[in-house]
Design a protein around this ligand. Sequence first.
Ligand SMILES: [Zn+2]
Length: 422
Amino acid sequence: MLRALVIILAVVSVFDAHQAARVPAQSATSDIGSQLLQEPSVRSALDRLKRSEPSLLDEQIRLCEIPAPPFKETRRADALRQSFQSLGLKNVHIDRAGNVLGERAGTGAAPHLVFSAHLDTVFGEEVAIRMTRAGAVLKGPGISDDCRGLAVLLGVVRALDEAQIQTPGPITFVGTVGEEGLGDLRGVKELFNGELKGRIDRFVSVDGAGLGITHIGVGSLRYRVTFKGAGGHSYGDFGLANPIHALGRAVARIADIQVPALPKTTFNVGRIGGGTSVNAIASEAWMEVDLRSSDGAALATLDASLQRALDEALKAENDRWGNRGRLTMSKTTVGNRPAGRVSADSPIVQSAVSVTRALGLPVSLDEGSTDSNLAMSLGIPAITIDGGGTATGTHSIDEAFDSTNSWQGTARAFLVTLALSR
Ligand SMILES: [Zn+2]
């Protein structure tokens, strides 16, 4: 027991080394869940929270009926800002990137917890955003990912207030923009580099349905690669370097790149295009490439292999035709999500595990690509937790959220907030 305790403390001190000056080390994380459940104010808050889950589901639908396409989250952001204000959060505002922030003071200045969910969806403006409900199942684009997270955020603020709980550290609640796809984490990038730079001690994102705890952030790099040349007639101009042939050479080389099975590292040419006619040498060909890994170094190695494959393909096509109609190649980075991880033994993960167990729920430690990636890559303790319930059809227009026992997700998020703000 003592030895276990020493190990936990050692992990705590290493983990919080960068902020040792102002943040009290998290202690006794392994039984924080059962400790919290012994506090009468916490128990009554949980009771109330379970009773008010139906109205939380109403809010989930209300927020989700406001479209929030990539880069166009303004209307939903405005609705969340109003909710934050009516819940009595302080200094409620929208930052330069479009994130919505609201503060709840602590009895002290640390630890500063940021508790967030993302506003944006993968759906463009052309997708009709309509929510329906059949029994326990809510249906509509984004209803789980991440209207559930936004609703849980509001549920946690309300539970803290109704139970009149004063946390030792302050909490900033945030609705972030740009989590999905080409949004490229621009919301959290602004959050960690803008007004809260150097002031975030712990970060939690509530994202989607389920009960998992994500502590490994899968990094990704995405490129759009374009080959360009003179173009011409397929017969009359035969002998010119061909952008589509160069693209083919590149894809063949990429397909042969060797990657480790662990840490899981993947590549994909997801889209290709170019050319105008079967009897024309194209003047342009392009592709979009996605690279991923749960390990930053492995991602960098894969990236180097990709660059080599592209350069070799370009040279091979130009050499083939003695540089006639010499091709050029341009590469644009269209996504860069850093990889990161927090150890399963770390206080932030162990706190989340402890409260999950205390509620009698199954523990599942996961990897994923979420807003927490950025915090993890900066060495800031961070996790992404699921918001309860179960999802089907995530990122599709048939997305659904089964709210059976979804109050458990709200309860778990509430306890995680308490555990991490002390
Ligand atoms: Zn999400």
